[in-house]
Design a protein around this ligand. Structure first.
Ligand code: 75Y
Ligand code: ZN
Length: 263
């Protein structure tokens, strides 16, 4: 397969041929994080995620990825600290992955690709009252990115993996409750990179404070294989397409500085 011959990434067609760059966009995501060019910032505080598993509601296949959605009508599952000035509410998390373990992440570190990347999506509830409002503002969203690498089985992830067959097709949804999103964070959440960027799928709005964790989490080969059993297509479509390579091509840094919380 393409994977075994270390294919040049440009041969891989990301999930959608949407706008590769947003006209006039000078803070697009994802990017390559060049460690030696990141700037240590001693003002960056520890991150304070405070997630209530009871706010977990459902899991669904939106035709790009699968999302685990949280009740974000109150400040029950929040994120503060780190580079953030305000309190942010968790609304959903999802993943991006490849057709094999050689690639799949959206961000890279010194060009190193990971087989997958988790995004925990939050919106600024101090300043806005709905995600849809916050998504249009430059301090509206905060997304925590966590790299996945192949290793030992992730016990917390297994509950989510077991529910995936129920949402194989686009638009399918299943009840998914009492899941503690914090179990997907690495043991060390004090070491991260922070930069201003955008959503990596439409509407690509430049409203995201990105917080990319240095320490990856480990998941098993078999757990990742179940991600690849999902489909981009709905049950009615005659040609079924595997949900793989659902990552965006990397975007120019345009003079942005990536800060690091560690020296
Ligand atoms: N990949 S990413 O940059 O973390 C990324 C993160 C988020 C979204 N979009 C949304 O969250 C869309 N959305 C709404 O507008 C309301 C609920 C919802 O899921 C797109 C991309
Ligand atoms: Zn994402």
């Amino acid at each position: 397969t393409a994977c075994s011959s270390k294919y040049v990434l440009s041969q891989i067609h990301p999930m959608w041929q949407g706008p590769l760059a947003v006209p006039g966009g000078d803070r697009q995501s994802p990017i390559d994080i060049i460690q030696r060019k990141s700037v240590f910032d001693s003002e960056l505080k520890p991150l304070v995620p405070d997630y209530d598993p009871d706010t977990c509601q459902q899991m669904w296949n939106n035709g790009y990825s699968f999302l685990v959605e949280y009740d974000d009508t109150t400040d029950k599952s929040t994120l503060k600290g780190g580079p953030l000035q305000d309190k942010f509410r968790l609304c959903q998390f999802h993943f991006h992955w490849g057709e094999c373990n050689d690639w799949g992440s959206e961000h890279t570190v010194d060009r190193r690709l990971f087989p997958a990347e988790l995004h925990l999506v939050h919106w600024n509830s101090d300043k806005y009252s709905l995600f849809e409002e916050a998504v249009m503002e430059d301090n509206g969203l905060a997304v925590i990115g966590v790299f996945l690498k192949v290793g030992k089985r992730h016990e917390g992830l297994q509950k989510l993996v077991d529910a995936l067959p129920a949402i194989r097709h686009k638009e399918s949804i299943v009840e998914f409750t009492r899941f503690d999103a914090a179990c997907l964070l690495p043991s060390n959440i004090d070491d991260y990179w922070a930069y201003h960027g955008s959503l990596t799928t439409p509407p690509l709005t430049e409203s995201v404070s990105w917080i990319v964790m240095k320490q990856p989490i480990e998941v098993s080969h078999d757990q990742l294989a179940v991600f690849r059993s999902l489909l981009f297509t709905s049950a009615e479509e005659e040609v079924q397409k595997s949900m793989v390579n659902n990552f965006r091509v990397q975007q120019p840094l345009r003079g942005r500085t990536v800060r690091s919380s560690f020296s």
